[in-house]
Every structure is written in structure tokens, then in C-alpha cells.
Ligand binder design. Sequence first.
Ligand code: ZN
Length: 320
Amino acid sequence: MASTLALRRHRVQATLSRRTAGQVRVLWQQIDRSSPAESWAALAPAATHLVTASQQAAADGADAYVAATVREQGAVPAPAGRVAPWSLAGVSSDGRDLASLLNVPGQLVTEARTAGLALDEALLAGERSLVRIATTQVQDAGRIATGVGIVSDRVVTGYIRDVGGRACSRCAILAGKWYRYSTGFLRHPNCQCVHVPATREMKARATANAAALPRAYFDSLGVAEQDEVFGKAAAQAIRDGADPAQVVNARRGMSTANVGNRQIKVSNEGITRFGAAGRRADELGFSYRNTPRLMPEQIYADAASREQAIELLYRFGYLT
Ligand SMILES: [Zn+2]
């Protein structure tokens, strides 16, 4: 496994998202308590600026990561183009406007107040939402960029999911699994997993490895950690011999596009249904319905062939 390179990629992404979370939190602390939503609306553009810069930084380096991994696997990289990091900055991973997503935490405060929460509690809920959005959007920009790099290079036939360090139970049972190059990356808010680009030769090795990985990860944890990560009942079942993959529902809360607070599954929806997703967000009381952009993972789902996917990645500016 290309574990050192993946671990480095994972660390860069994790550091960037953590730093961004800290920065937006500082902005959140400047909220005027007498009018939180209006006050946040005035601060949100600065948050958008910070998250946008970090998204670009997270997306940057995807080409180099894919190429280095290919070389490590003994193959010669052959990318069809270069990933454009700026194409993934300022947009949320489900294709909608980042600025409007970053207004949501302020609206949440109003909603929480209306529901009867004390101001401090409402502000805390807003702050949690903000941190989740910032963290997830930075990580996602990095992941989507790696995905574009993978599709762009025909030497890469798929990718292996790497959990980096400590993983939640859902990610743990997906660790080491091989996916076809065009498969959208399953993730959840705050997910820190990364792609390991894989050449044809790596597929067999990954498949042989994958079955044993969840159990190995489980066994690497102490009993208290096993309970914490998997839940008490599931952890006990696994200790009693159950297969982790049978006990954990890996799909719960997972999707290929995350907006931080709520997930809108994009992978199997046609473009026309984006409108429905926007209305759904609107029904939930959030003014967050800018026309979504066609995102790379949607392109892979819609494209008839790899050539067409690459052509569309060019056309929409993800490759240059
Ligand atoms: Zn996870």
C-alpha cells in the first residue's frame, strides 16, 4: 500500500481543515449577541474567503499526489491534463455556492431561538454547524481534486480507501476497499478518509487485503476505544466473533456530496433533480438554493466513457 504518501496527503488535508475551523471560529466569536443572524451575515464573507483559500490549498497538490502514488506502484503517470485547484474553491462539494452555505449557521441561530433555545445554546449550535461546514468543505475540495487527478490518468484504474489515522466505525469497515476510478467517494461530515490512486496491479493486492482490515483495525483498539468507535453493543458482538462488516451499517449518513449539515445525495440523481434538492433545502427553512454547478462526481456518474468524463472535466474547468 502507498501508505506513506496517503498518510502525508491525509495530514495536509487534516491540518488545513483544522486550521480553517479555528479561523472561522474566531470570526464566529465576533458575533453581536443582540442580532446574531444579521451580524453573522456581515461576517460570513470573511469566512467564505478563508474557506475558499483553504479549499484551493487542499485541492492543490492533487496532481503531484496521484503521480507520486502511480510511480510508487511502478508505473509511469500519464495524466490527460492538470487539475485546476481554483475550480474547486468557493463552491460547496454538492455544487452550490459556498457563500450561501456559510450563511446557514447564522440562520440556524434564529431557528434555534424560535424553537425556544437559550441564546448561548443557539450560538453554540451555530458554531458547531459552521465548524462542520468549514472542515467538511476543505476536506472535500481535496478529495474531489484527487478524484479528478485519478480520472484524468488512465494508468489509474481505481482507488483504495485509506482512513489515515483514527476512523469511525463506518469508515473502518470500508478501509482498504477498492473502487473503480469513476466511483464517487463515500463520506460523511468531518470524514478524513482519502483516496489512494491504484494501478491495475494494485487492485488484486487491495482486494486480498481488504477483508482483513476492519478486523485488524478493531483489534488495534483497546476495549474502551472499541466501545467508543463502534458502540457498546456492536463492539461486544465483534469481540464475540461477529464480522465488523455485518454489524456496522456503512451507508448510514454517507454520501458522495456533503454540505456539512445535511447530505444531499447527488451521485444517482440527474442534473434536473438538482432543482428538487434545492427546494428541499428551502423547505427546511434555509435560503440556500443557488443554481448548483455540475460537480466532477456527477460528471463521472453521467459520462458514458472515460474519454467523455475527461472531456467534460475540461469543459467545466476542472482540468486545464
Ligand atoms: Zn468516518
